[in-house]
Write a protein that binds this ligand. Structure first.
Ligand SMILES: C[S@@+](CC[C@H](N)C(=O)[O-])C[C@H]1O[C@@H](n2cnc3c(N)ncnc32)[C@H](O)[C@@H]1O
Length: 262
């Protein structure tokens, strides 16, 4: 239930931002992919000084996460998803190396550190990575700061194959679909042969507000990139992932894909 309450807050926040700039939003002139990628990079990198970005990046104690149980709930839920998936595969939930794409304030890794030796966090915000490191500790956490224009540069930091890949509440903030596909392909190359993956997107449900956006990143970042379920399973297939099952959360249009490397 707290998860639904969060999303309701997110939607109303979006609507507030959008209505402030109604005249601009109304134009909806598609912008170039390079412009959108630059705007996305600038938005998330602004976490040092911008309290909205800090809350959106799930920093512990910021905004709605002043209620610590809300912050803990995110990681606990995804921890359960990972351990349930391991059980489904008949495996022990214990990992040598976890890679989370977009760890934000570290709610997921804070829980996953109990079942992993090394934790890699790939993010585009140096300040957010510092906050995440503060939650996890430098002994197990490896910050992987990337240039948003070069997602493949995460390999400069990740020097081993990883057996668990997690990305939640991140792909919906990507600037375009091709960026998502490129990230999935690059990550697949560093997965162990039996790696497990928990990948979340927002799925399109036909409503306008969930449709793929093509302009005004900073006003529409909450639900910028979305995929149909079948569309995303095909993308995963082409990027060398096998989808075992998909879990849907209709209130938020969240789809969780439980995969292994093919
Ligand atoms: C909403 S937070 C998600 C935090 C965490 N995964 C969770 O579920 O609580 C989004 C995070 O993704 C990061 N991010 C945004 N675009 C990114 C990109 N292109 N590559 C890596 N991280 C990105 C942001 O800086 C932020 O830390």
């Amino acid at each position: 239930m707290p998860q639904l309450a969060n999303e309701t807050r997110n939607f109303s926040l979006f609507d507030r931002i959008a209505s402030k700039s109604k005249s601009i939003v109304a134009e909806r002139v598609p912008q170039s992919v390079s412009q959108l990628r630059q705007d996305a990079g600038e938005f998330w990198s602004d976490s040092r000084a911008n309290s909205l970005v800090q809350e959106m990046a799930h920093w512990r104690g910021k905004g709605r996460f002043e209620d610590d149980s809300e912050w803990l709930a995110i990681g606990k839920k995804h921890f359960r998803f990972v351990t349930d998936f391991a059980r489904y595969l008949g495996r022990r939930p214990q990992f040598d190396a976890v890679l989370e794409w977009g760890p934000g304030g570290g709610s997921n890794l804070f829980q996953l550190k109990n079942i992993a030796t090394k934790l890699y966090g790939v993010d585009i915000s140096p300040t957010t990575l510092k906050i995440c490191e503060g939650e996890i500790g430098p002994a197990t956490f490896v910050p992987a700061l990337i240039d948003p224009a070069r997602p493949e540069s995460f390999k400069d930091h990740v020097k081993q194959n990883v057996d668990l890949f997690v990305t939640t509440a991140v792909i919906q903030h990507f600037p375009d679909k091709a960026y998502t596909e490129a990230m999935l392909c690059e990550v697949n190359n560093v997965l162990t042969a039996d790696a497990m993956c928990l990948i979340q997107t927002r799925y399109g449900d036909g409503q306008k507000r969930i449709r793929q956006k093509k302009s005004l990143y900073k006003h529409a970042f909450l639900r910028f990139t979305t995929f149909g379920i079948e569309e995303f399973v095909n993308i995963l297939e082409n990027a060398n992932y096998r989808t075992h099952y998909v879990k849907l959360e209709p209130r938020t249009c969240y789809a969780y894909y439980f995969c292994t490397k093919k």
